[in-house]
Design a protein around this ligand. Structure first.
Ligand SMILES: Cc1cc2nc3c(=O)[nH]c(=O)nc-3n(C[C@H](O)[C@H](O)[C@H](O)COP(=O)(O)O)c2cc1C
Length: 192
């Protein structure tokens, strides 16, 4: 078994509550982002964009989240807003992965969207492989127009996920995985 397949068969995400400073170095961050750019992409449409949010920008994004949360939940209390304001501060670096498709293209939009998922997973694997903590998260803010507007997204854009990156504070235990036989089957000809 190669090191890569061994890694893939054992890797786990490191959740944000088990993350601390520091985040990836600039060089490592660039490697992670380049790994995200190196994914299968039918038609070479590059249907994804990556937005790095770190340092003080996390607090600014927190303000945006607070505003968006208040707007969507008119009867919320201040404590709830404060939690939202801290959401992006849970990790040193967050990468917003944007799915930017060309719907009218002959390459089905579905395939373009799938490429964004591949970009998220490639970056997740790159970061975990370098020994960082990393988790792919969407949460409500990935679907909020106020948040998308603040990130400068176009109306056709979707957020495939926020990739939280940091230093791991604890090692994860494994979670339950599906049964091989429930997922994998072999086709040997048409039914009936
Ligand atoms: C598109 C997508 C969105 C996700 N959003 C969230 C989320 O909002 N909150 C969360 O706790 N986990 C979310 N997850 C799950 C975690 O990324 C991850 O699957 C989980 O922590 C365990 O992953 P592991 O099998 O890599 O250890 C999401 C996963 C995917 C693929």
């Amino acid at each position: 078994m190669t090191d890569t397949s061994d890694f893939l068969l054992n890797r786990r995400s490191i959740v944000v509550r088990a993350m601390a400073e520091p985040g990836p170095t600039d060089d490592d961050l660039e490697k992670i982002l380049r790994a995200g750019m190196r994914v299968p992409d039918h038609g070479r449409l590059t249907p994804w964009r990556f937005i790095v949010i770190r340092g003080e920008a996390r607090g600014k994004m927190g303000q945006v989240l607070g505003e968006a949360f208040r707007k969507a939940n008119r009867d919320c209390i201040d404590e709830q807003v404060e939690i939202e304001e801290e959401r992006f501060a849970r990790a040193p670096i967050v990468i917003a992965v944007v799915s930017r498709t060309v719907p009218e293209h002959k390459i089905p939009e579905w395939e373009q969207v799938l490429s964004s998922g591949a970009a998220c997973q490639n970056m997740l694997i790159a970061a975990l492989g370098m020994g960082y903590a990393a988790q792919w998260i969407t949460e409500w803010c990935a679907y909020n127009d106020h948040v998308k507007g603040a990130l400068g997204l176009e109306s056709r854009d979707k957020i495939a996920g926020f990739l939280y990156l940091g230093t791991r504070t604890e090692e994860p235990t494994d979670r339950q995985r599906p049964e091989y036989g429930d997922i994998v089957s072999e086709w040997s000809g048409p039914a009936n």
